[in-house]
Design a protein around this ligand. Structure first.
Ligand code: ADP
Length: 493
């Protein structure tokens, strides 16, 4: 094998320490898969207060105590703790940048009670980006690559290309920036820019400025050596349209030759119906009939009556505009005329929660709703549902449709981003893995659901679809190889 590559993978959330969405899953599974292919990779994230020192056996790294991190006119200190995540074969070291003022909170980006973003998110992630680089200097570790993820890490490439450009340890480090969602950009007022201590001349349209604001995501897009996003289709959508590019499509266009789509994988050590400790009855493709016991357990848990011939539609999601649940709300009266049951696990927009609650009261025999974040229930919904609904307005990759297919649960999705890349529309005679609709419209959604229900009532045909999905290989191995070959390309430049 060629020489191992040294990579620092930087992310604001990593499962199982902190998770608000798919970024955490990726930030845990991808480094493990890269390490399994023989490379040296370590992870770095903030140490939020809720990350339990005892549960995760965090320990201080003595020589990483009291690292000065210049921000604005101040120089607060960080210190670094360490832990590991493990795959079946490998352990990956995780560094946590600790600072009580910035991360001594109960939420990742927002207060769990007010559901409002922390007002100092600019400073929190300025401190993080610069703190990561200062930690490397203190460690004396020179990674070949720093792999940055989303806006929270966007300033790292900018610092490297400016403040640290002559630093003997860091000047040769290459960066890759992965976009998990263009809509979250970390755009802050000019005063935040001053706090960052980036050179004044970077606050320009070909630098970190966008629409008069200091934009962390844009910093990542402009200053990184290469850019990826999490599906092929999304990589085109964000370049080609204002709506998907969220105002930065022009910037992406200028870097089109450096932008690649690499589909996320899923972690089969966590999402596998044959070994899943959270489900009622384990099964795989050979014992597919046992899935029904999970359906029984699921509907019972939601206080609904079990009937084998009633299709159960499941959904698990952040309840935000992106996920398209307004289409579901628009369709519910119509949908409930069918013999179906619908179970939803979600948290987010209080207004959407209120509306779903109202419908649940209107259709108590057909609808079950759980608000909040519940890992265990998420697994049971994947195992116990017949159909899984993802009507997203846009979806960079999406993980749940891939989990669903693994669990023999048929996804009904809008044909956007990673949903379009991973689901094959039912094409009759046992072909396909799910049901897709193109236009973001509740009538189109209903048509797709009705098509699915019709096939559900043809059990032989339905089983073929279940099998097609269960046989798909969405493991990380393949995607990890693509990232590794990208790292190699970068190091050759
Ligand atoms: P996004 O990152 O946009 O939220 P993804 O589909 O990429 O969407 O990933 C979502 C991840 O978060 C999945 O692992 C999903 O199961 C999980 N998830 C979302 N909402 C909840 C919830 N309320 N409870 C448990 N897990 C959830």
């Amino acid at each position: 094998m060629s020489k191992p590559i040294n990579i620092l993978f930087v992310s604001s959330e990593v499962d199982p320490f902190a998770k608000t969405g798919g970024l955490a899953d990726v930030s845990s599974a991808l480094p493990k898969a890269i390490k399994e292919q023989g490379h040296e990779i370590r992870i770095m994230m903030p140490r939020y207060r809720f990350i339990s020192e005892r549960k995760f056996k965090l320990h201080d790294i003595i020589r990483l105590k009291d690292i000065p991190v210049p921000i604005g006119n101040d120089t607060p200190f960080g210190n670094v703790k360490s832990s590991f995540i493990s795959s079946l074969k490998e352990k990956v070291q995780v560094y946590f940048l600790d600072n009580e003022k910035f991360y001594g909170r109960d939420g990742v980006y927002q207060s769990p009670t007010s559901k409002k973003d922390y007002k100092d998110n600019d400073e929190r992630f300025i401190f993080f980006c610069r703190g990561v680089l200062e930690t490397l200097k203190r460690l004396g570790w020179q990674p070949d690559i720093i792999h940055c993820n989303d806006w929270q890490t966007g300033l790292i490439p900018a610092y490297l290309k400016t403040v640290y450009q002559d630093d003997p340890l860091l000047r040769k480090v290459k960066t890759i920036f992965t976009i998990h969602n263009m809509a979250y950009q970390g755009a802050f007022p000019l005063e935040s820019f001053e706090t960052s201590n980036l050179p004044k001349e970077t606050f320009r349209t070909d630098g970190v400025e966008a629409y008069g604001k200091f934009n962390f995501l844009k910093a990542g897009l402009i200053y990184s050596d290469t850019i990826t996003t999490v599906s092929e289709k999304y990589s085109h959508e964000i370049c080609d349209s204002d709506e998907y590019g969220a105002g930065l499509n022009g910037v992406l266009h200028t870097r089109k030759k450096d932008l690649r789509g690499i589909l996320n994988g899923i972690d089969y050590t966590i999402w596998n119906p044959l070994t899943d400790p959270h489900i009622y009855r384990k099964y795989d493709i050979k014992s597919i009939d046992a899935k029904i016991e999970n359906k029984r357990a699921l509907v019972t848990k939601f206080g609904l009556e079990f009937d084998e011939t009633t299709p159960v539609i499941g959904a698990i999601s952040r309840l935000v505009e992106q996920k398209g649940f307004d289409l579901v709300l628009d369709s519910l009266d119509e949908l409930m005329k069918q013999k179906v049951q619908f179970v939803l696990l979600g948290s987010g927009d209080p207004e959407l929660e209120k509306q779903f609650d109202k419908f649940q009261k209107k259709f108590p025999k057909q609808m079950g709703i759980a608000f909040g974040y519940d890992e265990e229930l998420a697994h049971l919904i994947e195992a116990g549902s017949d159909l899984f609904l993802m009507p997203s307005k846009y979806e960079p990759c999406g993980l749940n449709q891939m989990y669903s297919m693994r669990y023999g649960t048929i996804p009904v999705v809008r044909a956007t981003g990673g949903l379009d890349d991973t689901v094959e529309d039912y094409a009759g005679t046992g072909k396909g893995t799910g049901f897709k609709f193109e236009k973001f419209d509740s009538k189109e959604l209903m048509k797709a659901v009705l098509r699915a229900i019709k096939v559900f009532h043809q059990p032989d045909e339905w089983k073929k679809l279940m099998r097609n999905g269960m046989l798909k290989d969405f493991s990380w191995e393949h995607s990890a190889s693509k990232y590794i070959s990208l790292y190699k390309d970068l190091l050759r430049q």
